[in-house]
Design a binder for this molecule. Structure first.
Ligand SMILES: Cc1cc2nc3c(=O)[nH]c(=O)nc-3n(C[C@H](O)[C@H](O)[C@H](O)COP(=O)(O)OP(=O)(O)OC[C@H]3O[C@@H](n4cnc5c(N)ncnc54)[C@H](O)[C@@H]3O)c2cc1C
Length: 391
């Protein structure tokens, strides 16, 4: 008779960067892990992200530290996966302030934290970022962060899934809407859309913007500031663009196949959200993004749209990540964050370590769910404009 397996059985719900990264690490750590996702891998926020890798700007020391070690994991990934040079780049990023505001204080903050930031006068932009139109830069100048970059999450998710499978994981795409099966206050498995059930010792909820609603259905409240968002993918551009740009009217980053990905706050705010959650992107916003991007690029290339990627952008109510065991439900672990591109590798690693060892990581202490229920610091809850599509 074969002895029953003593491996920890884990089901991960959600095939975005957080689910894929956690699955790969769990499989590497010896768990019996299955990832189930409603559609295809990276078909959620991870497939329509600017995916700028950074710890830019002003934030708590704990969050800054998490982002720095997140960037560190990406550098290790680059070293260990030379082929990732196609989809993971650290070619630097440039940002400047809009009219009537200044980035001087942001620069001082970044320098005070030891972050790699240099102030660039307009006249010097061409030396540091020849792909940028210096005339478009703010009169006061710009901040250049040489250590920042971008990642194409669909490529990374595919690589993580391949590693997970090689380490024995099962990946089930097109599984429909799955839900956590909670019995007597403990997560005992996952129920798939077809009614079938996967038994588990631990369940990881990594469903991106659907996390708050799924937890709410289990009686767990997570303030949600998830807005509707979109990015615009351009057709391939003739000129080489390497620098990630965060400018007052447009953010720009390249793709592995010579396109650009664009977004902007004003464009996001122009999205029309119907009662049933359907999103409409005004043509004027698409044209506007193309124009704004052309203006900030050297030579003002003519840009055309390939496709729009729209949907909810996961953001917890206080803006900080949510990572950890769900206090009121044994065996359930949740991951829900903005900046999930930057945090993708490190959160998967730390989540898997916590699940496999049962020992909480001090690095994640500031990001627990209980901060919303009096177990942590007071939070300022932002208001979201998005009605989740997933119940
Ligand atoms: C416009 C935009 C710009 C961004 N810019 C940046 C940036 O510059 N830098 C940065 O670091 N981050 C950025 N982000 C954030 C980052 O992309 C996200 O935090 C990250 O992709 C979230 O990954 P995830 O795995 O949590 O969720 P997702 O990628 O959304 O994956 C969740 C998956 O779960 C599946 N799912 C949902 N419900 C169920 C269910 N019930 N059953 C089964 N499967 C289910 C979905 O189909 C989806 O595939 C941006 C995001 C957007 C949208």
């Amino acid at each position: 008779m074969t002895a029953p397996s003593t491996r920890l059985r884990v089901v991960v719900i959600g095939g975005g960067i957080l689910g894929a990264s956690t699955t790969a690490q769990l499989a590497r750590g010896g768990a019996d892990v299955t990832l189930v996702t409603a559609g295809t891998l990276a078909d959620g926020a991870s497939g329509r992200s600017i995916a700028w890798l950074n710890s830019s700007g002003d934030r708590s020391a704990e969050y800054h530290y998490l982002r720095l070690i997140a960037l560190d994991r990406y550098r290790t990934w680059r070293e260990r996966h030379p082929e990732s040079a196609d989809y993971l780049r650290f070619d630097g990023a440039l940002k400047w302030a809009g009219e009537g505001s200044s980035f001087r204080q942001t620069f001082e903050f970044e320098r005070a934290n030891g972050y790699d930031a240099v102030w660039v006068d307009r006249a010097d932009v061409a030396k540091i970022a020849p792909d940028v139109n210096a005339d478009a830069v703010a009169a006061e100048g710009a901040i250049y962060n040489a250590g920042e970059g971008w990642v194409s999450l669909p490529d990374l998710v595919a690589a993580l899934a391949a590693e997970a499978i090689a380490d024995g994981a099962t990946i089930r795409e097109n599984a429909g809407e799955a839900r956590v099966d909670v019995v007597d206050g403990a997560a005992t498995g996952v129920i798939l859309a077809d009614g079938s059930r996967l038994q588990a010792d631990r369940v990881v909820l990594a469903t991106g913007p659907a996390v708050p609603a799924q937890l709410a259905a289990l009686g767990v409240v997570v303030p949600d500031a998830t807005p509707a968002a979109f990015v615009l993918f351009t057709d391939p551009v003739g000129t080489e663009v390497r620098t990630v740009l965060n400018t007052p009217r447009v953010a720009v980053r390249p793709t592995p196949d010579g396109r650009l990905v664009l977004d902007a706050d004003w464009a996001e705010q122009s999205i029309e959200v119907a009662d049933d959650g359907t999103l409409t992107i005004p043509d004027a916003s698409v044209r506007g993004l193309l124009d704004e991007a052309s203006k900030v690029l050297a030579g003002n290339p003519r840009l055309t749209a390939q496709r729009v990627g729209s949907g909810p952008k996961p953001i917890p109510g206080d803006g900080d990540p949510v990572a950890g065991a769900v206090p009121s439900i044994d065996g359930l672990y949740a991951l829900f964050t903005h900046s999930g591109a930057t945090l993708g590798l490190v959160l998967g690693e730390l989540a898997a370590e916590e699940i496999l060892s049962g020992a909480p990581s001090p690095v994640l202490e500031a990001f627990r769910l209980d901060r919303f229920t009096g177990g942590g610091a007071d939070v300022e809850v932002l208001t979201g404009a998005w009605t989740p599509v997933h119940p």
